[in-house]
Design a protein around this ligand. Structure first.
Ligand code: GLU
Length: 460
């Protein structure tokens, strides 16, 4: 049987880290099995769904490098399947009728004054049409059968639900739109989904869906409900803990590879911490993922990001930085005219920082002359300091062999009265880069080059 996995987001907001992790695990599983990964936008809740959300979810999936294999159009590149388009094609109507005809569902007519009160249950399609054309509210409800529902969940093991804990449920709303629990069953069946991989928050929907599979005489897919992601206080990760959207981590300056690396650690235990999950498809095993909730650690994701920033080629880092800057800080895009210089700058700047955003803050004074703040300017004032800077400039100017080692040697010998080296270095950082915190001073001076160093001191 072909492995077919779907990711089925509702476009009602940004893609959440939990959703991205579900998509990643489903994708890795499908890729390893040489199966298919399907993207289906579940937009039947028209009041809460929006095109903006859909676009941003798709954008974030692409950023995570999770691609999908098919769509409603022929050829490709494929758009996602959309439930609203499938409604128009009449796909769900066929199965609504089937459920009504075989007695598993019924039409419910509601009281004119009280939209919650069912006044009649019936199964005639014509009668339903009559009521509807008279402006009455009619839904289709699934009849919960007596008994128990059992299934095996890949993460949670054998599950058992007493059907009496569920009430008959609306599967077609009075506006004619199918509800989630029904549309998901029809689509998973028609799309031949072999493994339904989704978040644990859907666990109690599964028995209801299974009842519908049975009423339609369909074979069940495998189910896997991935344990939730928790915040540091062990309650489900939410905005109270900090930002939770993929979009936030992108704009914060996390690199995509680092992001999916971190997500994969939330459930997948691998014998290394810093890696590209897309290169480890072969070692992924859906069946051995942790069945315990994972705790999201904001510090750790930054740390992983820093590791990737230092591990990748400088060219790769610059590409990532440019992609980030084009959305977050477009003025930084003009830093790359002299590529050798930018590479040298980014290489020293990445040593101490963990996000692209801070990388940009470290790199900026190498490309733009940023005036020091008032407090720092004070540090440069006074005859002594001015003399020191001038003599430093002379030494720099007369350094014939421009190498990092020679710059370092030169700096080792500098002195000024009773100021410590730390204080002198701070003076130089402020004089040359306008900042108190910079990459290593020797490297910074070496990378700035003789000309810039001299010019910057002369301008003070
Ligand atoms: N559309 C559902 C959601 O975004 C997911 C449904 C599913 O995976 O079954 O929560």
């Amino acid at each position: 049987m072909e492995v077919r996995v779907r990711f089925a987001p509702s476009p009602t907001g940004f893609l959440h880290v939990g959703g991205a992790r579900t998509a990643l695990f489903g994708w890795l599983f499908a890729r390893k099995a040489k199966g298919k990964f399907v993207l289906r936008i579940e937009d039947t809740d028209t009041e809460r769904s929006s095109k903006e959300s859909e676009d941003s979810i798709i954008e974030d999936l692409k950023w995570c490098k999770l691609d999908w294999d098919e769509g409603p159009d022929v050829g490709g590149p494929y758009g996602p399947y959309r439930q609203t388009e499938r409604i128009e094609k009449g796909i769900y109507d066929i199965y609504v009728r089937e459920l009504i005809n075989n007695g598993s569902a019924y039409y419910a007519l509601y009281d004119e004054g009280n939209a919650k009160e069912i006044v009649k249950k019936f199964n005639s399609h014509d009668e339903a049409n009559d009521h509807r054309s008279n402006g009455r509210s009619v839904t289709v409800n699934f009849k919960i059968p007596a008994g128990k529902t059992y299934f095996h969940d890949i993460a949670k093991g054998d599950m058992e639900f007493d059907n009496s804990t569920f009430e008959d449920m609306v599967i077609v709303k009075s506006n004619g739109f199918p509800t989630y629990n029904f549309a998901v069953v029809v689509d998973d069946h028609l799309m031949k989904i072999s493994h339904v991989v989704r978040g644990e928050d859907h666990l109690t929907n599964t028995p209801k869906q299974i009842m519908m599979y049975k009423s339609l005489g369909w074979e069940l897919p495998e189910f896997m409900h991935i344990p939730l992601i928790l915040g540091p206080d062990r309650t489900p990760l939410s905005k109270r803990h900090g930002a939770t959207s993929v979009n936030y981590f992108r704009s914060y300056g996390i690199i995509n590879v680092a992001f999916i690396n971190y997500l994969s650690l939330l459930g997948w235990s691998v014998n290394e911490e810093v890696f590209n999950p897309l290169e480890k498809i072969e070692s992924f095993d859906l069946y051995s993922l942790s069945n315990k909730p994972a705790v999201f650690d904001y510090k750790k994701i930054e740390w992983i990001n820093g590791q990737h920033m230092r591990k990748m080629s400088v060219e790769g880092l610059i590409d990532n930085f440019k992609a980030w800057a084009s959305l977050q800080n477009p003025s930084a895009l003009k830093w790359f005219d002299d590529l050798d210089y930018s590479k040298a700058v980014f290489d020293i700047c990445r040593q101490k920082v963990n996000t692209l955003k801070v990388l940009g803050e470290f790199a900026r004074p190498f490309f733009e002359e940023i005036p020091a703040d008032e407090e720092s300017k004070e540090i440069l004032k006074g005859e002594e300091v001015e003399k020191f800077l001038l003599s430093f400039k002379d030494k720099i100017q007369s350094l014939d062999d421009w190498s990092a080692e020679n710059v370092e040697k030169l700096l080792r010998d500098i002195s000024l009265n009773n100021l410590s080296r730390k204080e002198l270095f701070q003076i130089l950082r402020i004089a040359l880069l306008g900042q108190k915190v910079t990459p290593g001073l020797f490297e910074s001076i070496y990378v700035l080059g003789k000309k810039r160093v001299v010019e910057r001191i002369e301008k003070i």
